[in-house]
Write a protein that binds this ligand. Structure first.
Ligand code: AMP
Length: 111
């Protein structure tokens, strides 16, 4: 586990506002939300970023996106899914995560 922030959140060592969990993924509210709904969806197995994501994990993340969008009530209005990767992608936590953002009309520009 080392000092990975998201591994420590998954383990319950650091508190989080959990919204969803199953055997493969853990999801919690972003501490600095950029939209009314801003959830981070994280595989329980540590991998640095999307370049290391296997098919099983990708499927689990996709299933979680669908479930959380329904749970948060944004599946009809729409939402955005983003995974930042590396330095130019502005990834700040090196544990693969997907941002699910919605709850209002989002900006068209993403960068
Ligand atoms: P990224 O910049 O794509 O790596 O996203 C990392 C996200 O983690 C940022 O949006 C942060 O606001 C969020 N974050 C950092 N620390 C925490 C924390 N303790 N609990 C919840 N979200 C966090």
């Amino acid at each position: 586990m080392g000092d990975c922030l998201f591994c420590r959140i998954i383990a319950g060592e650091i508190p989080s506002n959990k919204v969803y969990e199953n055997d493969k993924v853990f999801a919690f509210r972003d501490i600095n939300p950029q939209a009314p709904v801003h959830v981070l969806i994280v595989p329980k197995k540590h991998m640095d970023n999307i370049l290391a994501c296997d098919a099983d994990t990708a499927a689990a993340l996709t299933d979680a996106v669908r479930a959380i969008a329904e749970q948060e009530g944004v599946e009809q209005s729409g939402f955005r899914v983003v995974s930042n990767c590396g330095k130019d992608g502005a990834q700040s936590v090196n544990h693969l995560h997907v941002h699910l953002m919605g709850g209002r009309a989002l900006a068209e520009r993403m960068a």
